[in-house]
Design a protein around this ligand. Sequence first.
Ligand SMILES: Cc1cc2nc3c(=O)[nH]c(=O)nc-3n(C[C@H](O)[C@H](O)[C@H](O)COP(=O)(O)OP(=O)(O)OC[C@H]3O[C@@H](n4cnc5c(N)ncnc54)[C@H](O)[C@@H]3O)c2cc1C
Length: 494
Amino acid sequence: MRGLSVLVVEGADVAFGTSSRSTRLIHGGVRYLEQGQIGLVYEALRERARLYTSVPHLVKPARFLFPAYSGDRLAPWKLRAGLALYDLLSLYRAKAHNHLGPDATLAAEPMLTADGLLGAVQYEDAVTDDARLTLAVLQSALRHGASALTHARVARVSKEGDTGYAVHLEGGAVARGRTVLLATGPWTGRKLLGEPGGDLLSLSKGIHLVVRHEDAPVRAPVVVQVRGQRRILFVVPWGARTYLGTTDTSFEGDPGRSGISADDEAEVLDLVGRVLGGATLHPDRVLSGWSGVRPLVRARARARPGGTVELARTHRIVENADGVMALVGGKLTTYRAMAEQAVDRVVRRLGIEAGRCTTATGSVVEGRALDAAELSSDPLLADLAPRHGPHARDLVVRCRERPELAERLANDLPYRWVEVHEAVDHEGALHLDDLLRRRLPLALTDVHRGGAVAQRVAEVLVDARGGDASDVRAEVERYAEVVRTETGRPPTTT
Ligand SMILES: Cc1cc2nc3c(=O)[nH]c(=O)nc-3n(C[C@H](O)[C@H](O)[C@H](O)COP(=O)(O)OP(=O)(O)OC[C@H]3O[C@@H](n4cnc5c(N)ncnc54)[C@H](O)[C@@H]3O)c2cc1C
């Protein structure tokens, strides 16, 4: 968008890393207020406001309920003070917070444990689909002339003379450019960045669990305080499901295979269960889940021994002796601001004239926004719009030409077969897990539901990409292994 020529190289699928494993909130981060990170909260709230208009179908405001119980660290008066500051930092662009007494809190959310309840605050933040938000940003980049390679892992980066770099891909191909910016999240380390990558990051794992909505039928996202710790969990309604999370534990190992342990699961169910007394929370009721690794910048850390909870969520741009840059840390919410600063740095470094950054006001998606009347008149459009925005209109046309594509993959979930074809034809899905984990979060909504359609979806994929029955089998096996590793639950595949 600023006139540079850009190649994006992704080692796995778009949003394979942390960006498809978050709590899926576009938020200022109420808890960072307690850590005194006013600048971070201000920036995140400003970006939230921008995302409401630049990608409205994927960033939906919600009224969060934040209760306080006797013995909790944050008493109602502290919550009110904190949320007053939150409103101020958002420059009153969102609906202001309000507070509720115990009875009104229970009326707002009957699932809550009544014993010890002191009251609550309600405030605005937003919920997103992290993987599709990342995809939408990449698709926007492609429309503006960028190129992208996925499933292309970088083995090393080397300097070539005074003016360029060679990016060596596994398998031998080389891409050349005048500058290289690593955006490798928790994978940013010595291998690609050399010395400065050595102890740059502290990795922290966070998991989420998914249950049927009727097992935890919260009306709006609920914030859960953790006794004796400066952290919170979220319980987020998600259509026919509710998801719960997250944990915050130090992690070592491959961030792509962090997985959910029985201890992680017990911790989340126990902490949420104390506050959500009306919910049916038991390991047998968990349908699926996901696990991600936070790339927390260590240099500005204020870590307590053994913990990552207090590490700053701010980002940094780091450069090694060869001039290879890395953009690390931050939040999904602040991706645009981080990108703006990184591109400014690239432009300065190259000493070139470049256009002004326009992403603060522009749109990430193409087309006229869908309005309420349009959505209420067409259930198919209403199912597709939350993931595809204005492009859902084109998918509806495709379904009119081939009505079988309008069928749902699972009857209580909104995903339609036309989306499988769209993912293969236009969204760069190369493997079954790209499709059933990130383009459509079927594997996350229920491991077995994903498994039930795996074979048929793999046939569509292999049909389009070329291959035979053994490729279909290999895709299904690969998918089962990916889901088992992440959720700890092997899917039954048919
Ligand atoms: C549990 C959890 C909850 C979170 N919740 C929220 C939230 O609610 N809201 C929010 O705003 N933020 C949240 N975050 C933070 C947010 O998700 C991350 O800050 C963000 O996604 C990081 O993006 P990234 O691009 O830096 O890293 P990633 O998304 O991990 O991307 C790095 C990419 O680099 C690729 N890669 C790595 N090595 C190579 C290589 N050698 N060659 C080619 N490609 C390579 C990987 O495949 C990966 O796709 C959460 C994080 C976690 C873990």
